[in-house]
Design a protein around this ligand. Structure first.
Ligand code: SF4
Length: 345
């Protein structure tokens, strides 16, 4: 199927299964994915092979983490009736296309990927001098191109990867003929979401609020959250625009609460404990329905696994059709062909 014959534009996105998801993952990607389901034909992959590019030494948790990610996705509102939700390693065509693309991708293209350099410098506790780590953007390209993805929702730091995918697609099409559409980045403008210590919410900082945190845990975490440093005493006025709790309100609270926060904080009319309570209310309101949806799958995780298996089956079909096109373009179909007079010399 070419991209023009598809009724809706096709989206491919994914996440590495590295454990339970937090609010930062929700605001940065998942919330957007849930909304995209009605407009696009979406493929969402649990990128378990990508997890191996950095965590290859211990693979004991990858499979369980994959299931956990799926639970979080389903809880957040990804719908298997609307989207194809699957596990990357269950669709071997990703590996086949990765291999073919790796044949044509110049090393220099990979060495200049900004996240490659950055992570090689920053991650000291693992040896990332591997072939797999250098090649992970090629695997990403294969993930997208094997579905002839039209659109890839990305944060700013991933735009370079989609650009590389476009270059690889162009190079393949140039050598062998038009097989792959060049995917477009769809920039997700995610609001700044601080963690409890005021830095960007991230698992590696230990400052997250998980999508699965029960109400008492959310309230406890909020209580310890840093605030505007100028508000030392209850009687000191503060400024929600420089307060991480204020940032949470901007994302999750309604207009009425926002007005109370601005007015109360600037006039010292409210205390931070009260203000944090309102922020916690908004988070609990967001997370409760997710946690209720999750319960069904927590009680019977097999249901989620079945969804992943059914999604992988659908993904394999789409990917197989693309691989037929790629092999045909390269003159390497699986069918018998009569020897040519030159004997293949
Ligand atoms: S009242 Fe709210 S916005 Fe103002 S400093 Fe305290 S926590 Fe932050």
């Amino acid at each position: 199927m070419t991209s023009s014959s598809k009724s809706r534009k096709r989206v491919l996105s994914g996440m590495r299964p590295t454990g339970k998801l937090h609010l930062g993952n929700y605001v940065g990607a998942l919330d957007n994915w849930v909304r995209m389901q009605d407009e696009y034909e979406c493929y969402f992959e649990v990128a378990d092979w990508h997890a191996l590019t950095t965590d290859y030494a211990d693979t004991s948790r990858v499979k369980q983490n994959s299931l956990q990610v799926a639970l979080d996705w389903l809880a957040a509102g990804l719908d298997p009736e609307k989207s194809v939700i699957f596990i990357q390693s269950h669709v071997p065509a990703h590996a086949e296309l990765h291999l073919l693309l790796s044949m044509i991708t110049p090393l220099g293209w990979l060495e200049r990927v900004p996240t490659y350099k950055e992570q090689r410098e920053n991650i000291q506790d693992k040896d990332l001098g591997t072939y797999g780590f250098l090649g992970y953007p090629v695997l990403q390209a294969a993930d997208i191109l094997v579905y002839k993805g039209d659109v890839v929702p990305v944060g700013e730091d991933q735009v370079a990867h989609v650009e590389l995918t476009r270059e690889i697609a162009r190079r393949f099409n140039g050598f062998y003929g038009d097989v792959f559409p060049e995917p477009q980045s769809l920039l997700t403008i995610a609001p700044k979401l601080p963690g409890t210590d005021g830095r960007k919410m991230s698992k590696s900082y230990g400052n997250t609020i998980l999508l699965t945190d029960p109400e008492p845990v959310v309230r406890r975490k909020l209580k310890t959250m840093v605030t505007d440093p100028a508000r030392v005493r209850r009687s000191d006025p503060g400024n929600p625009d420089v307060c991480p709790v204020g940032d949470l309100h901007k994302i999750f609270s309604g207009k009425e609460t926002m007005a109370k926060v601005y007015e109360g904080c600037r006039s010292a009319g409210i205390g931070c404990i009260e203000c944090k309570g309102w922020a916690a209310d908004a988070l609990v309101q967001l997370l409760s329905p997710m946690q209720q949806r999750r319960k069904k799958f927590e009680d019977n995780p097999r249901l989620a696994w079945d969804i992943l298996e059914a999604g992988s089956e659908r993904a394999r079909k789409t990917a197989a059709a693309t691989m037929d096109d790629a092999r045909a373009a390269m003159g390497m179909t699986l069918a018998y062909e009569k020897p040519k007079p030159d004997g293949g010399q």
